[in-house]
Ligand binder design. Structure first.
Ligand SMILES: [Cu+2]
Length: 469
């Protein structure tokens, strides 16, 4: 993995000029970059009945004022764009009612959750328009930031692009004792990274020609939590940023403009065993990463955070000129022992195939009527994922969290020592993961494994597996 320099970001005016412009004077104009306040997704409300927390989600059409003078048609969950943050605790029993108020079918998948196949929200859990699907979930996993998004066959990419995604936060007792910033939206800030492109009328432009399918759909406009080029104000103290790459296809190399250091404290499905000092990290679609930044050194200053691959600022950070509070970061975070010293009794190979006009896994394209793998419950297995194609693919496995064993025979990266559910497999690379499933998924509602570039997933780079005793 090459580290690319976050070269001088240039004037922000140059950034906005990349947006598509319409010649009609009455049409869209562009809001000034880094003037809009970062939005924080609200925490979803629930009611408790017989010890079960009940959430109601409405998947609906909306309109958003992304650009001056144009109302963009969107999809949202309990709102116009994106959804509320579902925040639960380990061992909670919850039920989520998902009402589909769209004019098309959808599903709702809980990405990163360890749940039975029938509640997983994969392509088989179809929710028809004007109907409600309910997921019963017994939360049984470590504290982490997971997320939810549709997973309908062939239309995941478009529905996510339209705005269907939300954060799913899990807390647990072990991390309650870990001294990390934890005031939601204040010093513990979720950041859903997405990119979009717009047409001349200000509507999202999601076409899916052969090029889009092969490259994945990216856009020249960047959103965080649904806000284009936002600004956030923080106190001069330790602040935790929880990143979700909710983009369809864009891989980010996140860093500060001046390459300031920070500490990564969590990956996809758990905290890391210990904080890892970094000045950049790569995050692929579907992945999450949490960092803690010591802003005590920057009282009264403004910092820029962005993507080194695209050489773009994504977030302006204004540090208040108040009394700095020095950062104390724990040396150890959590114990990750689920896969420690476990011997695998079976190995499976997954070859990611991408050639002109063909996206698949193990030379097969996704087929709803074919079960590709049958996995035994509670058995430790090695899954060996090989990418011979010229581009990286993020490989996601439903129903569990896994441990990365090796990359091309070498140790995994230092910031991926926690539990993962999505792993970026670089071009010409083989990654081995140790995996185990604790819940059932039968042939009616099997789990999926797939590339999380959503156009690749929709294009057939996905397979199905059952988990049974
Ligand atoms: Cu892919």
């Amino acid at each position: 993995m090459k580290r690319r320099d976050f070269v001088k970001l240039g004037s922000l005016a140059a950034v906005t000029s990349l947006y598509p412009q319409k010649s009609d004077a009455s049409a869209i104009t562009f809001k000034k970059a880094f003037t809009q306040k970062l939005a924080i997704p609200p925490i979803a409300e629930y009611k408790e009945e017989n010890g079960v927390k009940i959430y109601n989600l409405s998947v609906q059409e909306g309109k958003m004022d992304f650009l001056n003078g144009a109302k963009t048609s969107t999809y949202g969950i309990n709102g116009d764009f994106l959804g509320p943050t579902i925040r639960v605790k380990d061992k909670d029993k919850i039920k989520i009612n998902v009402a589909n108020n769209l004019r098309e079918t959808t599903t709702m998948h809980w990405h990163g959750l360890r749940i039975k196949g029938s509640s997983d929200g994969g392509p088989h859990n179809i929710i028809n328009p004007n109907t409600t699907w309910s997921a019963d979930i017994d939360i049984d996993q470590k504290a982490s930031m997971c997320w939810y998004h549709p997973h309908a066959i062939g239309k995941t990419g478009r529905q996510v692009f339209m705005g269907l995604a939300g954060i799913f936060l899990i807390d647990d007792d072990e991390t309650k004792g870990v001294d990390l910033p934890s005031e939601y939206g204040v010093d513990d800030i979720p950041l859903v990274l997405q990119d979009r492109r717009f047409d001349n009328l200000g509507e999202f432009l999601y076409s899916q020609n052969m090029m889009d399918t092969m490259m994945g759909v990216t856009g020249n406009v960047h959103l965080i939590n649904g806000v284009i080029d936002p600004v956030v104000e923080v106190e001069p103290k330790a602040v935790r940023f929880r990143f979700l790459n909710g983009s369809n296809a864009r891989i980010y190399n996140l860093m500060f403009e001046k390459q300031n250091d920070f500490f990564q404290v969590a990956g996809d499905s758990s905290l890391l065993p210990a904080p890892v000092k970094l000045s950049n990290f790569i995050i692929a679609p579907g992945e999450r990463a949490e960092i803690v930044v010591d802003f005590s050194k920057y009282a009264g200053k403004t910092l820029y955070f962005g993507d080194g691959f695209d050489k773009r600022v994504l977030l302006k950070i204004v540090v208040k000129n108040s009394k700095p509070q020095p950062m104390k970061l724990p040396e150890k975070l959590v114990t990750i022992d689920e896969y420690k010293d476990k011997k695998a009794t079976n190995t499976r190979d997954f070859r990611l195939n991408m050639s002109m006009g063909f996206l698949g896994i193990n030379e097969k394209q996704m087929d709803m009527n074919r079960i590709d793998e049958r996995v035994k419950k509670d058995r430790f297995e090695i899954w060996r994922i090989t990418n011979r194609s010229p581009r990286p693919h993020p490989f996601h496995v439903h129903g569990t969290g896994f441990s990365i064993i090796s990359r091309d025979g070498s140790k995994p990266l230092i910031n991926e020592m926690g539990l993962k559910d999505t792993v970026l497999v670089y071009s010409r690379e083989t990654v081995e993961i140790l995996v185990r499933f604790k819940y059932d998924a039968d042939a009616n509602t099997p789990y999926m494994y797939h590339c999380h570039i959503l156009e690749h997933e929709d294009g057939g780079m996905m397979g199905q597996f059952t988990v049974e005793a």
